[in-house]
Design a protein around this ligand. Structure first.
Ligand code: AMP
Length: 174
């Protein structure tokens, strides 16, 4: 995991003072880095029945879609407000730096479908908990939630209820 960490660029005070921004572009642009992340997620989930991977706008799409392909699943896009063209449901959430809404197409998940939820990073948990509420409203069954990075000091996992959570690398700092 230290090799994965070494490929994540830390940008202090972005997008505002006090935030340590974990830049995954440097991890994903590395041939080994992207493959390693996908290998680890695939290893964890390959023997679990999963109907769809749901990825959160926008960095959750990168690993989420690639992982869906590896697992032989469909992919659901959970997007920021106003991006999806069909009928949606929406949930508000607080960011570490601001507020926003997440939306999903009403017909993207069928009742009882087994869903793996993916994002790049868990900070306060506001974003992923909104994504969880969207999937619950569509009556999908969340079998797991995974991120590349967890900022464990922010205790975001507490907002995710009892769903199994997993991250590839964790930082204690806020
Ligand atoms: P949160 O809702 O606080 O868990 O924030 C998670 C979302 O915000 C993820 O989609 C991240 O992409 C982004 N994010 C929040 N904090 C950071 C950070 N320190 N570095 C990089 N991305 C972040």
């Amino acid at each position: 995991m230290e090799h994965i960490k070494s490929l994540i660029r830390n940008i202090p005070d972005f997008p505002k003072p006090g935030i340590q921004f974990k830049d995954v572009t440097t991890l994903f642009q590395d041939r080994w880095g992207l493959k390693k992340c996908l290998d680890l997620f695939e290893e964890k989930y390959r023997y679990q029945p999963i109907d769809k991977v749901a990825g959160v706008d926008s960095r959750g799409f990168i690993v989420g879609a690639a992982l869906a392909d590896r697992l032989g699943c469909g992919f659901v896009t959970i997007r920021k407000k106003g991006k999806l063209p069909w009928e949606t449901i929406s949930e508000s959430y607080d960011l570490e730096y601001g507020t926003d809404d997440l939306e999903v197409h009403v017909d993207s998940i069928q009742k009882g479908e087994r869903i793996l939820l993916i994002d790049d990073l868990l900070a306060t948990g506001g974003t992923l908990s909104a994504a969880v509420r969207l999937i619950e409203r569509l009556e999908g069954e969340i079998i797991g939630i995974s991120c590349v990075i967890e900022l464990a000091g922010l205790k975001g996992q507490e907002k995710l209820g009892d769903y199994p959570f997993h991250s590839l690398v964790s930082y204690d700092e806020m």
